[in-house]
Design a protein around this ligand. Structure first.
Ligand code: NAD
Length: 348
């Protein structure tokens, strides 16, 4: 039996990716909708076969507790609303899948973790890269030191954003600009690939003072991270350039380069290695997966098997803490140290 999801917020991500992906899931299905726009919700409900009695507004959201067809609530709202809807959802007795970034502060992240623990419900942050086969492949090769130890990573995630009235450009709603929205992927993916936690960050943030898009949130952020093994990571994110999403992991005797690394589709993996005197470069082909379907089916399986998800609330909190250190470093114009943390467990 497929696990029933309530999808909360019918914006771009829900309509273009999540609802279509649910239709192709093996373990997950849409069972309810939550939206402030009742007309839109009615049309979407008809399209996906959701009963009228399983359509809720933000005011009637808490009544989800009486809907036994819903086991998981998927929060797809502006970032500032993640904490409130996660906490209310857990109190309604449902497991929570929450979009990234987890919230706008580490205090909010902690409150979400505490509420889910208290209600004995699972909490997963929607880090789809953890369930994407190209990134999983590179992680495995790096952890096995295939071409020697990793030494240096260069990662960037950039796009353009044009509407100053959109919530992504309002600090109270978005929490920040390019960093929590798309730069987060460089941070989260690097931690995933290396399997260790940074101990120091050094950052630079800039916004064009003439551009109203960036009067509240940053346009660009670049930062470096130092890891306990000595790996150095160089990251950048930009909200005002043509789309560019790539990383290269450099190891002692080779490298892995993933183009479109954080995109929904179109990943292209190239590797290079020294083979004696010869340098061999090749493209690795891997069958792609729908990342949203993979992520939802993974969480449904965690619920069915009663086990903790890899992309836990603690995982989201750790990213939030590092982003707070990145902003602090940029503000104070100095490197900021982070506590030494043992990586909690291996990917399952
Ligand atoms: P969106 O603006 O397209 O949709 C947001 C939805 O929230 C809309 O339906 C809007 O009506 C609703 N909403 C409710 N209260 C609102 C308020 N006070 N202000 C503005 N909107 C309000 O945004 P989106 O791109 O769908 O992003 C939603 C979430 O998903 C964000 O947290 C974002 O970071 C995340 N996201 C994740 C991915 C991914 O690849 N995992 C991709 C895109 C977005």
């Amino acid at each position: 039996q497929r696990i029933g999801y309530a999808v909360v917020g019918l914006g771009h991500l829900s309509l273009d990716e999540i609802l279509p992906a649910l239709s192709s899931c093996k373990r997950s299905r849409v069972a309810a909708l939550v939206s402030g726009n009742v007309d839109k919700m009615r049309k979407v409900a008809q399209q996906y076969g959701v009963k009228e009695s399983s359509c809720y507004t933000y005011q009637t959201y808490d009544q989800l507790k009486d809907n036994p067809e819903v086991q998981i609530i998927y929060i797809v709202l502006p970032n500032s609303m993640h904490a409130e809807y996660t906490i209310r959802g857990a109190q309604a007795g449902k497991h929570i899948l929450c979009e990234k970034p987890m919230a706008n502060s580490s205090a909010e992240c902690q409150a979400m973790i505490d509420a889910c623990q208290k209600a004995n419900r699972k909490l997963m942050i929607a880090y789809r890269i953890h369930y994407e086969p190209f990134n999983q492949y590179i992680r495995k090769k790096i952890q096995a030191n295939e071409y020697g130890k990793p030494k240096f990573v260069d990662a960037f995630n950039c796009q353009s954003s044009a509407n100053p009235r959109h919530w992504r450009h309002i600090k109270a709603l978005a929490g920040g600009g390019a960093l929590p929205d798309i730069g987060l992927y460089c941070l989260n993916t690097t931690r995933f690939l290396l399997g260790e936690e940074p101990i120091e960050v050094s950052a630079y943030v800039y916004s064009d003072p003439e551009n109203p898009l960036f009067s509240e949130v940053e346009e660009v952020c670049s930062w470096q991270m130092k890891f306990p093994s000595g790996v150095m990571v160089n990251c950048a994110t930009h909200y005002n350039v043509h789309d560019s999403r790539k990383y290269r992991v450099m190891t002692e005797r080779g490298w892995y380069e993933l183009d479109n690394a954080y995109a929904y589709t179109g990943q292209k993996l190239t590797t290079s290695r020294a083979d004696g005197e010869i340098v061999r470069q090749e493209t690795v082909s891997i069958v792609p997966k729908n990342q949203f379907a993979a992520e939802m089916d993974y969480f449904s399986q965690c619920v069915q098997d009663n086990r903790a998800p890899y992309s836990s609330g603690e995982e989201g909190l750790q990213d939030q803490r590092i982003m707070e250190a990145i902003y602090q470093s940029a503000r104070q114009n100095r490197p900021v140290k982070l506590p030494l943390i043992e990586k909690k467990d291996a990917f399952r």
